[in-house]
Design a protein around this ligand. Sequence first.
Ligand SMILES: [Zn+2]
Ligand SMILES: [Zn+2]
Ligand SMILES: [Zn+2]
Length: 397
Amino acid sequence: MKLEIDLGQLWSNVNKMGQNRAKVILEPAPPHIVDPPPDPPIGDLGESGPYVPVAGAGGIDLDPETLKRIITGSGSGLLSLNGQQIMMYMPGHYSERFEKALLDGNDGNRMHIAFCTHLEKMKQTGKYDAKYRATQAIDGNFTIHDNKSGTKGVTDLKVCKYCLNTLNYDGYAVPGRRKGTIFKDFSFEAFFERYASFFSAHPQRGATRTLQEKGYTEDWAEVSRQYRTSRKYCCEECTVDLNDYPYLLHSHHVNANKQDNRDENLRALCIDCHSKQPYHDHMVVSIEDRHLIAQLRQRQDMPAPADWRHVFDLADPGMNGVMHFLQHNQVPIPAVGLDIQDDNEAVVATLELAWPVAKLAIAITDEDAVAARQQGWNTLSVEQVLAHPDYFVKNLG
Ligand SMILES: [Zn+2]
Ligand SMILES: [Zn+2]
Ligand SMILES: [Zn+2]
């Protein structure tokens, strides 16, 4: 007899249970104790072809060989396995700590999102092959267990502060920034959205829903089309003209009420500007679309950014760590999304942040970095800039 189990459905039930974790812990027979399905075999980790999540809600235990294959994604400093972005943590806790962690994720082990100094130290002291687990649970619900009894549960572990420091996330490492607020406001979903440009595949975020299920009015498609027409298909934030690419222009609800379609509550925004609005952490914009918008801004001779606020508005959100650092060090304002052409005027690379006079730039993809170097540019990755900050300040200051 062959038994077939729908793991997707099972996981969605597990997730629902996890959401009520803190409220149910004091009741008898606590429903937060769950038995996740067996781990997927390591060999199935997202090779080429359709996206195979490394981890669903539970993740995979890392054997020493797989652990060695974790690298930093595209020079971002983020953790990457088989081209996919992952996070890693130790699910095992000692009994007392396990109970505490179930009540409050803040009392549990930390979730690593980068190659931080803590992981480096573990490596140096030979503890790196401890029982780590890779996960992509962007909803922030992570499976942990009691080292002694093996009892499992789900809790909202918090991000590692060394990691925030390594990435300079939201300017975490810059003097004067509010570290406590940055830590408290950290969302795993927003984190994955922010660095989407560094990876070609992204964790799925649930099934596609209809307009109504998403909270829009029945006539939304027509309302949005009319509104964008009235704005001549230009972004009301950065002013880029998207008549040739109407799908890159969205209608945004200013007060977040998707039923309120009054003109004064709508704004036509290019998807780059739209994804940077508050509470739009679910919006994943591909690097191709972001670069296309950057290219159009240049071709349409839009003014180059005059201050850092403008740079933050225009640049890829994955640049946030370096931007906070460079702003703090008062380096000259860079060009954003600069196209590099070869002798035949063909665009060969897009440089996310570039200083044309010094011919120095920070690129997102390896392809862009290599192509720009062939045109005489000096390109660095986000990780290199954050690891050797003095280099930039010296060359540009
Ligand atoms: Zn860490
Ligand atoms: Zn825009
Ligand atoms: Zn919106």
